[in-house]
Design a protein around this ligand. Structure first.
Ligand code: NAD
Length: 308
């Protein structure tokens, strides 16, 4: 695959590195306002290709994006300690205006994958700016939160996170919804499994896992100023699903005409991802309480977009 990355900061560079190490991309172009930084990151990552896969990694311009399969947008200001993702919006919207226009000029049929925060709102903004169909512009959404949820459940149950089926939906942010009613491993719902193996999912354990999923980014930012490895893994996973036409179900942020009665909104639901981008969305089966939490999450994003 040929993949362009706009923004060679911590997320962009970590993603380029992950794409190369996993052999997902044969060609990676890093584009950044700070050309010196993009060149240095590309050079450094290119030196890892000898130990991984034969790929070409270089710093370029928008013209180099010609025929790219995917363009990932990671450019933008970073979340400051204590700052919500929504607070970032104004700083990042201006940046997006110039970036999306230049992408479309050079790759009119691109798949645009948004990672910059607030990712749901910037995905909707990128979709509008691009004029592309809704299956070709989507965001990393809650792919990372879903991974955190699966990791914590796996650690508690003593199982590989890859064997846990669990999802986080809605906003990639404070109102996200952990779907406890539909988590399973092997043939069992995890609540049953937990009781069977003497690792019960008590309300206290569930509250602790919820807190560690919901507030993971704040904790990481407090410790090291930014999060980037987890999202780099998630973006690489999405590109792999596109590049191999995989039909993988991933929780990514895409445009929906109706989520729990809230119209025309971008947020994360389980989506089938393949060479077309979002092939289809699988609307979740939820409890009444989870439906309401998802509605609240959608309403929060809608209110934000309308206040702009
Ligand atoms: P960073 O500051 O390290 O990098 C941002 C880069 O964007 C910088 O190198 C900057 O020069 C570049 N840039 C700014 N304006 C540009 C423009 N107009 N054109 C090209 N490049 C431009 O930040 P980071 O840690 O890499 O984070 C980037 C974004 O990713 C932030 O919005 C952050 O909140 C988001 N993020 C998202 C997730 C997620 O799960 N979706 C996770 C972590 C971070």
């Amino acid at each position: 695959m040929k993949i362009g990355i706009i923004g060679a900061g911590q997320v962009g560079s970590a993603t380029a590195f992950a794409l190369v190490l996993r052999g997902v991309a044969r060609e990676v172009i890093l584009i950044d306002n700070n050309e010196k930084k993009a060149q240095a990151e590309a050079l450094d990552i290119s030196h890892a290709t000898t130990f991984a896969y034969a790929s070409k990694v270089y710093a370029g311009t928008y013209r180099d994006l010609k025929n790219a399969d995917v363009v990932i947008i990671t450019a933008g200001a970073n979340q400051r300690p204590g700052e919500t993702r929504l607070d970032l919006m104004e700083r990042n919207a201006a940046i997006f205006k110039s970036i999306v226009g230049q992408i479309i000029e050079n790759v009119p049929n691109a798949i645009i994958l948004v990672a910059s925060n607030p990712v749901d709102i910037l995905t909707e903004y990128a979709l509008k700016l691009s004029g592309l169909p809704k299956n070709r512009v989507f965001g990393s959404g809650t792919i990372l939160d879903t991974s955190r949820f699966r990791t914590l459940l796996g650690e508690y149950l003593g199982l590989s996170s890859k064997s846990i089926h669990a999802n986080v939906l809605g906003e990639h942010g404070d109102s996200e919804v952990l779907v406890w009613s539909n988590c399973d491993a092997g043939t069992l719902p995890i609540a049953t499994l937990g009781t069977d193996i003497n690792r019960p999912l008590t309300p206290e354990i569930k509250a602790e896992i919820d807190d560690n999923v919901r507030n993971a980014a704040y904790k990481i930012i407090d410790g090291k100023g930014a999060t980037f490895y987890g999202i780099a893994g998630g973006l690489t996973r999405i590109c792999q699903a596109i590049g191999t036409n995989e039909n993988a179900i991933l929780t990514v942020s895409s445009f929906h005409e109706n989520v729990e009665g809230i119209k025309d909104i971008c947020l994360s639901l389980p989506a089938v991802v393949n060479k077309n981008g979002i092939e289809k969305v699988i609307y979740p089966r939820l409890t009444d309480e989870e439906h309401e939490l998802l509605r609240i999450s959608a309403q929060k994003l809608k209110d934000y977009v309308q206040s702009e």
